[in-house]
Write a protein that binds this ligand. Sequence first.
Ligand code: DGI
Ligand code: FE
Ligand code: FE
Length: 193
Amino acid sequence: MISEQLKKIKKELKKELDKNRYQHTLGVMYTASCLAMRHGGDMQEAMYAGLLHDCAKCIPIDKQIHLCEKNHIPIRDVERKNPHLLHAKLGVFLAKSEYGIKDKTILHAIEVHTTGAPNMGLLDKILFVADYIEPHRDRAPNLTEVRTLAFTDINEAVLRILYDTIYYLNQRKGSIDSITYDTYQFYKKLLDR
Ligand code: DGI
Ligand code: FE
Ligand code: FE
């Protein structure tokens, strides 16, 4: 069942996000709910996390930095160099302050949706994977395989996404957040690779 609060947030986000980002957001929301069905997660939580995960994404970068500073959200070196990482933690702040989200599980999933984190909870993994595989995504390599893995072994899907992301960042000479790397190492070890 889709709650009134979810519908209201959806309407607000339609104004805050550009067209493509809004379509992506709905894709992540429904994909996350499907993954929750498959893996025994909470569908409602998955939908909120999917809907709100990129709520800060369309704010211009200089304004994102300003909002973090103004609200005492610490910016790490890697985030200063790669400010597109910031929308995750700024998203948590806005989910609380603008959209009334209190659920810690949802907020945590939003916080770690870009880099992942070692030892993620089920909702964290659902959002991390849904963000990568939702139907509008078409650029990443191995999407067909990752989409299958998402519904067969979610930890394998997480590992594959991290591997492909690190590979992509290395190709583009993008600096890798140590959290992304630690997360990769954690799941590699967990799956005995
Ligand atoms: O916000 P979205 O585009 O939906 O997706 P996202 O929040 O997962 O961000 C994706 C981008 O983040 C993608 O271009 C790869 C990048 N990213 C993920 N991990 C790292 C990273 N960028 C850097 N520089 N370092 C990372 O560790
Ligand atoms: Fe994002
Ligand atoms: Fe996203």
